[in-house]
Design a protein around this ligand. Structure first.
Ligand SMILES: Cc1cc2nc3c(=O)[nH]c(=O)nc-3n(C[C@H](O)[C@H](O)[C@H](O)COP(=O)(O)OP(=O)(O)OC[C@H]3O[C@@H](n4cnc5c(N)ncnc54)[C@H](O)[C@@H]3O)c2cc1C
Length: 531
């Protein structure tokens, strides 16, 4: 048994965990331990082979909803989702955060750049966002970096009068190899593994990887319930990982403050198995996924879409009225084979045309529903994800599908293919031969396991709300009724943050880290000072 003692324990090293650990280390003298369930790989490990790199993902890439219908991707390695994502960067959306203030009573999170939230000098969202953008090199790519797929998408939109614009990306010195999703072999993608984690290590944070936390340890005293640390186990270091600071075996970590940053699937599961009080049955409920519906197009000439920056164009043309964005991305062969419809010869014929395929997708800002949730299954020893599209969300996706079919033909495709086995066209499939067939998308039922929608943006399963009846944690991320326990990651958003979430999550973590630094006596007694 290894025993570790620290001031702050951060569980999970993804977008939020690494950022808050670095922020605390840089602005306080607190001892910080950062634990991560996955391995600590570096650029040299990322060999650009899709199958090998499944090891970077939760459940080796097989995580899905309980009915197997919706793949739910997540990173499970140092850097979490930021190690395997596409670097698409969106600033926090003021209207969304203001809405959270109204609906969930959230305090702070001021968008006024002169604000000193919680009395902490210079604490506001513009200040922390500026830090995150600078540290992660967020910028718009140059025209020369845009690949065929993205140009086709932009051109298809333009011809139909649909606005499209470039993404911002957290990258520096990208060579356009096309393998963002398999881990960046050149350290050009500026996820937390190469940014905030390195800052944290330099400032003395102790990283324990291969360390899965089983439960947060809670004790009850006259002062009420409080967290005193966590326990878990360190597993043997996987081949290819950097070496660990802690030997394999059980581990107990004592801490004054425990920050749960395990992501929107594992954070609620961890709280549930730790038996965190949940008098209103809120933990895990109202999960949002940003369900994404891809489309492929077959062109009559060869395209090299698997090279170049994967995503550089998107459209928010339909966002205000219909709640979805169109985002240009492209899959390597294994993911493409999983997504494309059909079986046997029919599927094989589609895959044979891989070098003439283009692709993009609709990302829906889904409506929270209490029935959509994460729950810890003690029998299966895993987080169970239950999710069904609401009727209004299905209608939005039908509309999105029709627009996507039109854009694909407008870009020059000879056929447009939805990732569906539903008999939508007269030919009994979802392969469209003319833009006039777009209206047939109304027939999509989104039957589970027949039409593929996927998720990579899990959020809102341990919501912040000042009212314990609608949320688990308050605006500080402090869990209602438990002292010394905070939640800080995508799970803490009350609803979808309205766009691809990485930068909003990092901004939240930077904000909470700076707030803790300014409010140390709240957690560690009156004698603590910022460094
Ligand atoms: C394939 C993919 C593509 C994406 N593309 C984009 C994009 O282009 N732009 C964008 O904005 N967003 C994108 N996202 C989403 C974004 O990466 C995530 O929203 C973000 O990383 C979530 O941050 P987080 O801190 O909540 O959790 P994560 O980043 O998931 O980090 C949580 C960490 O906690 C660890 N952990 C879990 N349980 C435990 C435990 N019990 N003990 C110890 N450690 C634990 C996990 O292994 C993980 O590393 C993408 C995600 C994926 C998977």
């Amino acid at each position: 048994m290894t025993n570790v003692t620290c001031d702050v324990l951060v569980i999970g090293s993804g977008a939020a965990g690494a950022t808050i650990a670095a922020t605390l280390a840089e602005s306080t003298n607190l001892s910080v331990v950062l634990v991560e369930k996955g391995a600590y790989y570096g650029a040299e490990f990322f060999n650009q082979r899709e199958l090998d790199m499944m090891t970077l993902l939760a459940e080796n890439g097989a995580r899905s909803t309980a009915d197997g219908a919706i793949p739910v991707a997540g990173g499970e390695c140092v850097g979490g989702g930021t190690t395997v994502n596409y670097a698409l960067s969106f600033d926090p959306i003021p209207a969304v955060w203001r809405g959270w203030r109204q609906q969930y009573g959230l305090k702070g999170f001021s968008f006024d750049a002169t604000s000193n939230d919680y009395g902490v000098s210079g604490l506001n969202l513009p200040a922390v966002l500026r830090d995150v953008r600078t540290r992660c090199s967020v910028h718009e790519p140059a025209d020369a970096e845009v690949n065929d797929n993205n140009w086709l998408f932009a051109e298809g939109c333009r011809r139909l009068g649909v606005s499209a614009r470039k993404f911002e990306l957290n990258m520096r010195g990208c060579i356009g190899c096309g393998f963002c999703g398999q881990g960046c072999a050149y350290d050009a993608k500026r996820g937390t593994m190469v940014t905030y984690l390195q800052d944290a290590l330099q400032k003395g944070v102790r990283l324990i990887h291969h360390c899965s936390i089983d439960e947060v340890r809670l004790v009850r005293s006259q002062r009420g319930m409080h967290a005193v640390g966590a326990s878990g186990a360190v597993t043997p270091t996987k081949p290819g990982s950097r070496s660990n600071t802690t030997a394999p075996g059980p581990v107990t970590i004592q801490a004054n403050l425990v920050i749960v940053s395990a992501g929107a699937i594992e954070s609620p599961a961890l709280l549930q198995r730790s038996r965190v009080p949940d008098p209103f049955d809120r933990i895990g409920r109202g999960l949002v996924l940003h369900p994404s519906l891809p489309i492929a197009g077959i062109f009559d000439h060869k395209l090299v879409n698997y090279r170049g920056i994967t995503g550089s164009y998107y459209s928010d043309h339909f966002y205000a009225d219909h709640g979805f964005m169109l985002e240009c991305l492209f899959d390597h062969p294994i993911d493409a084979a999983i997504a494309l419809p059909g079986f046997g010869v029919e599927h094989f014929e589609l895959m044979r045309q891989y070098d003439s395929l283009a692709g993009f997708g609709a990302m829906l800002v889904d409506t929270p529903s209490d029935g959509n949730r994460v729950s810890w299954s003690a029998d299966d020893r895993k987080a169970v994800i239950t999710y069904r599209l609401t009727e209004s969300d299905k209608q939005k996706l039908r509309y999105a599908a029709a627009r996507m079919v039109q854009i694909m033909f407008s870009a020059g495709a000879k056929e447009a293919i939805l990732t569906s086995n539903e008999p939508v066209t007269p030919r009994g499939n979802a392969i469209f031969r003319a833009p006039s067939e777009a209206a047939l998308c109304e027939k999509l039922r989104f039957a589970p396991n027949e039409t593929l929608v996927s998720s990579a943006h899990v959020q809102a399963s341990v919501k912040m709300s000042e009212d314990p009846r609608t949320g688990i944690a308050d605006s500080r991320g402090e869990v209602h009724g438990v002292q010394g326990l905070m939640v800080c990651d995508s799970s803490a958003f009350p609803t979808s943050c309205g766009a691809n979430p990485m930068i909003a999550i990092m901004s939240l973590a930077r904000y909470q880290g700076r707030r803790i630094a300014g409010e140390q006596s709240r957690y560690f007694g009156p004698n603590r000072r910022s460094s």
